[in-house]
Ligand binder design. Structure first.
Ligand SMILES: [Zn+2]
Length: 506
């Protein structure tokens, strides 16, 4: 039987073989194969753990080889595999304890022989499975995570002595996903805000990035928080990537299997690049990767550090984030739907019924410029949120319950229409779905608002999404007009004037 461990390197990593050799000589233990500090310390944990579990630590020279030799190895997840290999090699545990040729072993050891859970189990198990390893031994707390990979036999251990009688755990058959009969809208208890709710629906269908602008307390955060509820479940590849990122960050709940629901992340505006984008010590993923498949919400976006906002450009284009550290490149998935929220002015009182804004036009322009043209350009839908009538109480619920209008079922159906009509990548020419009238309205808007090519394309994409939301086989004038309305804020030089006119027309 051969034992394997796993060396993480950012989002990916390598399978590592564990070999042990015992020979006569001065007693001692050597670990070779680029071990990091935690693995060198494993010597002491493994020795104590073996002794305190009632076994004997070999009185020979113990050589532990972790291969391949050129892959750096870090972390404490190698402990259990090293101890297992030593116990096998010294014949204290029989090879027959497990009926497998190749076994992946992941776990940290306590001095008392307890096996502790480790991060990144699903990444290791996925890669092990891909390389033909079908048996894994993990801490009990990591068992659900490991079981999320189908086709793998998972053995859960709580203590080192449990290695003597390994038996694969039985995973309950995954429940068929329930299709709820009458689905409630995540906005069912929100009174008013029809433009913002509609914008959220369109954004959910087309995967458009969204800007919500309005004074504090206008309901921006609530709309952003409820957007993930409109999104359908993650498909298998995205679900396993999202689970992998959470596992690497140590954020997976003990009994959680695959992450199926789109995640929601909302870092505070004081967060630095390492927190939002990723990087820092050990190149851990940031919020943008933890939001993979879901929503990244930046509240008070102009208050974020310029470096953070600028770093969002690449992931928004490519769906991945590249980090470099010590001459090595790490790539994490980062396909997100971005929602940013901002007050209308630095003091926050502009657009609010009560109070008086004292900001100058220059101050307001500077405030908006902080978001940056390049990032703003990628936001297809911009919505003023100026009044918030609050959440309905019991008596008002039935009146405000527009369950039909904003549901994830409608999002799923609209997405299906989009891909049937326009092809999976939306590759079919949008203009060929527009009537002469729609095209002329579009051209007029582009000329009148002096829109860039990119802004024009953005309007066409949103108009296409709206036609699918409205179950129309072609893009009508109304769809173009609505798309223009969603884009126009912040589009011209005189941001300030534009805002006023937009707010007045809400
Ligand atoms: Zn102000």
């Amino acid at each position: 039987m051969k034992l394997f461990a796993y060396a993480h390197e950012g989002f990916s990593g390598s399978i590592v073989t564990i070999e042990v050799d015992l020979r006569a000589g001065i007693p001692g233990t050597d670990i070779v194969g680029l071990p990091g500090a935690a693995i060198r310390e494993a010597r002491e944990r493994v020795r104590a753990s073996i002794r305190n579990s009632g076994y004997q630590y070999p009185r020979d020279r113990v050589l532990v080889n972790l291969g391949p030799a050129d892959v750096p190895k870090a972390g404490s997840a190698f402990d259990l595999g090293i101890a297992f290999a030593i116990l096998l090699c010294s014949a204290q545990i029989p090879h027959a304890c497990i009926d497998a040729e190749r076994v992946l072993v992941l776990g940290e050891l306590g001095l008392d022989g307890r096996v502790r859970p480790v991060r990144g189990v699903i990444a290791a198990v996925l890669d092990a499975h891909a390389s033909g390893i079908t048996h894994v031994v993990v801490a009990a707390e990591n068992a659900s995570e490991a079981s999320a990979v189908s086709g793998v036999q998972v053995h859960a251990v709580q203590r080192l002595v449990d290695l003597e009688h390994l038996r694969p755990i039985q995973t309950p058959p995954s429940e068929p996903r329930s299709s709820k009969g009458t689905e409630k809208s995540p906005f069912h208890d929100v009174i008013g805000q029809s433009r913002a709710k509609r914008a959220a629906l369109i954004a959910a269908v087309g995967g458009h990035h969204l800007l919500l602008a309005g004074p504090p307390g206008s309901g921006k955060t609530m709309i952003a928080r409820r957007l993930p509820a409109l999104l359908p479940d993650l498909d298998d590849p995205i679900a396993s990537e999202a689970t992998r990122v959470h596992s690497l960050s140590g954020l997976l709940e003990p009994d959680q299997g695959l992450i199926r629901r789109p995640p929601f992340r909302s870092p505070h505006h004081s967060a630095g690049p390492a927190g939002v984008i990723g990087g820092g010590r050990g190149t851990t993923p940031g919020d943008i990767s933890l939001a993979h498949g879901g929503v990244l919400f930046l509240d008070e976006a102009p208050e974020f550090r310029p470096g953070v906002l600028q770093a969002l450009r690449e992931p928004l284009e490519d769906g991945v984030i590249r980090l470099s550290r010590a001459g090595r490149q790490y790539t994490y998935p980062a396909r997100i739907q971005l929602v940013i929220a901002a007050n209308l002015c630095p003091c926050g009182l502009f657009g609010k019924g009560s109070g008086h804004c004292t900001c100058s036009i220059q101050e307001i322009q500077r405030y908006w410029k902080r978001i940056g043209g390049a990032l703003m350009d990628r936001i297809d839908i911009r919505v003023p949120v100026t009044s918030f009538q609050g959440l309905a109480d019991e008596s008002e619920l039935s009146a405000s319950d527009d369950s039909e209008a904003y549901t994830s079922q409608r999002v799923r159906e609209s997405r299906k229409r989009l891909s049937v009509l326009y092809g999976r990548a939306g590759s079919r020419n949008i203009r060929s779905f527009m009537s002469a009238e729609s095209l002329s309205i579009f051209r007029e808007a582009v000329t009148h608002m002096r829109l860039s090519h990119r802004a024009g394309e953005s309007i066409l994409r949103v108009a296409r999404t709206i036609s699918a939301v409205d179950d129309s086989p072609r893009i009508d004038e109304a769809h173009v007009l609505e798309a223009v309305q969603h884009r126009r804020m912040g589009e011209s030089e005189s941001v300030w004037q534009d805002w006023i006119s937009c707010i007045e027309t809400v």
